[in-house]
Design a protein around this ligand. Structure first.
Ligand code: DGY
Length: 433
């Protein structure tokens, strides 16, 4: 069973690999290179083809901007199966954008640091992988420097996102109350996602109006971060995004120590790290919910809902053991019933929960992967194994889908794109652990 699933997963990744040296998340729906997808994909590739894993990351980092920013989509090719494409995002408006690649002017969770460390852990030829890491690591450091310099508006070690697509959890109910503070025009455009995927599994037209409106504001200001911080109606501290940054800080510290020298960078990373962990624990913990939550910088108030992002700090060793215990208790009470697969992306007890719609409830394999390692960090081996077994069962039963219904016994519980790269890549890792 294991060998068969692994070879199917490799086939998915190979089918999605492109000539330009990168892997698309899936055919039709996502025809370019996505930042956090790329990272998870490289982890899977490292098991069977280290050269592809290296290429994946090198290609992504080649699209880095002069200020250290790494975009969320790199438009390597022309494709009319996706909206909004390069002509909408217009990265050329920024004076510091890559001259070589068209891209978006927004980013995605900073996974690349810990992905480098994972690639080293997985590689058979450690020397070769280490040599590669040495050629790339400074770019990831520059990316972290970009975040702390430009996006930590309160100087508290926590960086903002200015668009829901930066969070990775694109249409989470978390954003619903932000949309009510905005009144964007009704844009005319042709959606492409709903030609690939049933509309009931995707965001609404009105949600897209909001998404486009924020992009227009960023474009009017040439993607200048200070202007965006001042003007974007969407400005949030996201616990998943910041946990990924913190996990990647630690990975960079570990790797620089292994490389030797680099004292200044190690010292700087440690400073960021201490401040971020402290800021995270004081600003994002909601005692009443027993969970980490998002924080709306526009309203200067927490957004009090439990999502799978609430549990990501376990992966980055952010909570104390006591707090981790409370967090896992919340997770198991709300998300962990025997009738459900772990882990829904949004609180199944909330009336905003939707088991079919993109990030409004379904189970995602990348979040399960983060959770698997996070739970293990704090000694929750049994629950970690349940997350792993649930992930394997979902893929075995339904296929390599983008997301899944958490309710056990659902017919056709696989949703979104099929043959989805990170579901395949991370399954390879889970099956090897
Ligand atoms: C989409 O088009 O839904 C993408 O996930 C945005 O990153």
């Amino acid at each position: 069973m294991k060998e068969k699933l692994i070879s199917q997963a490799i086939r998915v990744l190979e089918d999605n690999f492109q000539e330009g040296g990168f892997t698309i998340p899936c055919k039709g729906l996502y025809p370019f290179q996505w930042k956090w997808d790329s990272g998870f994909i490289a982890i899977g590739q490292a098991y069977y083809d280290a050269s592809k894993a290296k290429q994946e990351i090198a290609t992504l980092l080649d699209a880095q901007w002069d200020n250290g920013f790494i975009p969320h989509i790199v438009f390597h090719n022309e494709s009319d199966t996706y909206f909004p494409g390069a002509d909408v995002h217009r990265s050329d408006l920024s004076p510091v954008a890559s001259k070589k690649y068209k891209s978006t002017g927004m980013t995605q969770p900073p996974v690349t640091g810990f992905v480098l460390e994972e690639m080293y852990r997985i590689a058979d030829d450690k020397e070769d992988m280490f040599a590669f890491i040495k050629t790339q690591i400074d770019k990831v450091y520059d990316n972290h420097n970009y975040f702390y310099k430009n996006r930590d508006v309160n100087d508290e070690g926590l960086v903002f996102i200015y668009h829901n697509w930066e969070s990775g959890t694109d249409n989470s109910p978390i954003w619903d109350d932000i949309w009510t503070t905005m009144n964007p025009p009704e844009y005319t455009f042709e959606r492409r996602d709903t030609t690939h995927v049933d509309a009931s599994q995707r965001p609404s037209k009105r949600e897209y109006d909001h998404y486009l409106y924020i992009i227009e504001i960023a474009k009017e200001n040439n993607y200048n971060d200070a202007k965006i911080a001042e003007l974007s109606p969407f400005l949030v501290i996201d616990p998943l995004f910041n946990a990924m940054l913190i996990k990647s800080n630690q990975a960079l510290i570990n790797l620089y120590i292994r490389i030797g020298g680099n004292e200044d960078k190690i010292a700087q990373l440690k400073k960021w790290q201490a401040k971020s962990i402290e800021g995270f624990n004081s600003k994002l913990w909601d005692d009443k919910l027993g969970a980490y939550v998002h924080y709306d910088l526009r309203k200067d108030a927490p957004i009090s809902f439990v999502t799978s992002s609430s549990f990501a700090p376990l992966y980055a060793n952010i909570p104390s053991q006591e707090r981790a215990d409370a967090l896992v208790h919340t997770m198991m009470t709300k998300f962990g019933g025997e009738d459900k697969y772990l882990c829904a992306s949004f609180d199944p007890e909330s009336d905003r929960f939707d088991p079919k719609k993109y990030w409004r409830g379904p189970v995602w394999i990348n979040m399960n992967w983060i959770l698997f390692y996070g739970l293990k960090n704090y000694g929750y081996t049994d629950i970690a194994n349940r997350v792993k077994e649930d992930s394997i069962e979902l893929i075995e039963k339904y296929g390599f889908y983008e997301y899944f219904n958490c309710k056990k016994g659902t017919e056709n519980a696989g949703y979104g794109g099929g043959d989805f790269s990170w579901s395949a890549a991370l399954l390879i890792d889970l099956l090897n652990n």
